[in-house]
Ligand binder design. Structure first.
Ligand code: GAR
Length: 220
């Protein structure tokens, strides 16, 4: 499988995916790491790993569709079978999502459908949630609303601040994303014609769940 990754930031999820490809857990080659930001630290880290990279920055006054068409062309010419959005902080156009329907994944830092959008850790603390986490889901035009495949649940501790909670969630993300991409690469995970996720021939009506303790250790 040829895996494409899109990012805008630090790239810790990209690193987790790259490591899992490198050690053979995910049977895939990374064909392109693309970013909308030339200064994204994740892009520099991908270059250090010897991965193909591209900056597809939005030009001044460029419409979203035109920008996304350039991103799509970059991924298509790299021959991707699947794209993992790994902290890509731009909303993708319906055209882009349709072009990669059923093979476009995202990781979101909350237990969807709770806390869509930005500042999810702040929102979880403000809501006094006792549990928080991250979700890997297929992308549809409905922002953060595509069908969820796997969730990682972490406890919220009484003295947590946004930073501590974010760090705990990120540790769990680095288990979740390689797990789901491995399922996809091994042909265990796909979408049916209606766009619903099928894992091991079973319709996923609710996401699979992995629970983690405060130290980021799996509890199951
Ligand atoms: C991750 O926590 C990911 O869940 C989040 O951005 C972070 C990227 O971190 N994604 C979103 O908020 C998407 N709406 P990373 O650059 O270290 O992988």
């Amino acid at each position: 499988m040829r895996l494409g990754i899109a990012l805008s930031g630090v790239g810790s999820n990209m690193l987790a995916l790259a490591q899992a490809c490198r050690d053979g857990r995910i049977p895939a080659d990374i064909s392109l790491v693309a970013s909308d930001r030339s200064d994204a630290p994740g892009l520099a880290r991908a270059t250090e790993l010897g991965l193909p990279t591209a900056t597809i920055a939005r030009l001044k006054d460029e419409p979203r569709d035109a920008h996304d068409a350039r991103l799509r062309a970059a991924f298509e010419s790299s021959g991707v079978d699947c794209i993992a959005l790994a902290g890509y902080m731009r909303i993708l156009s319906a055209h882009f999502v349709a072009a990669f329907a059923g093979r476009l994944l995202n990781i979101h830092p909350s237990l969807l459908p709770r806390h869509k959008g930005l500042h999810t850790h702040r929102a979880a603390l403000a809501a006094h949630d006792r549990e928080h986490g991250a979700t890997v889901h297929f992308v549809t035009p409905d922002l953060d609303g595509g069908p969820a495949v796997l969730q990682g649940i972490v406890p919220v501790l009484p003295d947590d601040d946004e930073h501590a909670l974010a760090a705990r969630v990120q540790r769990c993300e680095h288990t979740l994303y390689p797990t789901v991409v491995e399922w996809f690469a091994r042909g265990r995970l796909r979408c049916d014609v209606a766009g619903r996720p099928i894992l091991d021939s079973e319709l996923l009506t609710v996401p699979r769940v992995i629970r983690f303790d405060a130290e980021g250790i799996r509890r199951d």
